[in-house]
Design a protein around this ligand. Sequence first.
Ligand code: C5P
Length: 398
Amino acid sequence: MLKGKKILLGVTGSIAAYKAALLVRILVKEGAEVKVIMTAAAKDFISPLTLGTLTKNPVITDLFKDDAWANHVMLGRWADLMLIAPLSCNTLARMAAGICDNLLLSVYLSAACPVMVAPAMDEDMWKHPATRRNLRTLATFGHHVVQVGTGELASGLYGEGRMAEPDDILKEIVGHFHQQGSLKGKKAMVTAGPTFEHIDPVRFIGNHSSGKMGVAIARELLNRGAEVTLILGPATGELQLEGLDTIRVQTAREMYDACHRAFGETDITVMAAAVADYTPALVAPEKIKKNEEDWSLTLKKTPDILKSLGQMKKDGQTLVGFALETRNERDNALSKLAQKNADIIVLNSLTDQGAGFGKDTNKITVFDRNGGERRYELKSKTEVAKDIVDYIMEYTHA
Ligand code: C5P
């Protein structure tokens, strides 16, 4: 099931390191090529000789050895997946903070491949707010966190925090590779961010959209093999745009034009941008002077991009819109689905704590044309993006 896949396994200092031997054995049995990196603390729990023998590759532990430098960048580039199992509290915190004081962390920071982690720790450490925060940070980096198990712990106590069993980790790895190519050959278009509607050369009407949700969706589609065009409004924060064919636009009209140029070729379209509904009827060529006590601005409606694409949509094209509502949420989302001829509407409510503009988390309910409806918990935007893409794939295969 893993023939030809290159897996870089990072082993850290936790009693669960003994399970790494079994994990390596089943990965190799499934056809993967495995290279192991161990931290100094991991060597107290399991011998490099054991893992080196099972992988038939030398285990790497030091950045510098015998006057040679381990090429951490090449190791990161070699791998199709970097798996850290077990992941200790210490390495988790260092990954979240971007600290780079051993070989494993240097490889991690330079790895271009997807990253999966299987944490292992005692229940009290697992539940500590710092651990919760660090895991959330890893989720925002797009890493896949394998659920811990409940059972007997190294402390002798019973509780949550055991590393997942090697067979379960294998299932997640197989699932990951299966998903990865699932949108190969498909074209996707995603809109993200706000639009800025010019009043004069220095002023505009805008909104607080950060673009994070749309970019997370674009990245998830890309991870699954789709060719993705991102049409991005003037979001100001830092966004991860590597690998995305990004078209920058400013106004609703520019977004409309860019969407219409790309739409004909597109299999999946997700409209996550917070497009301004109104724009100044006239843009003043010079900066407007402050003269009067009162000043009013005439606005005109912007084109509804989603609706216009809904009218052009052909069989085989899937169109997803967003709805941000503050009341009558369900009814408004359902009427948007019909009015705009969309296939799926993702509702996020501003009244939900932690959801919406600028945040790293979101809470959604999804509705589709076939009457489907699913409510999700509050999650990181990266995880929400996975749920949305899963939903789209289920819908298109239904
Ligand atoms: O009608 P409403 O603006 O609430 O609809 C939101 C959905 O429509 C979002 O998917 C948004 O990206 C899209 N939209 C659009 N063009 C507009 C306004 C909203 O495509 N002018």
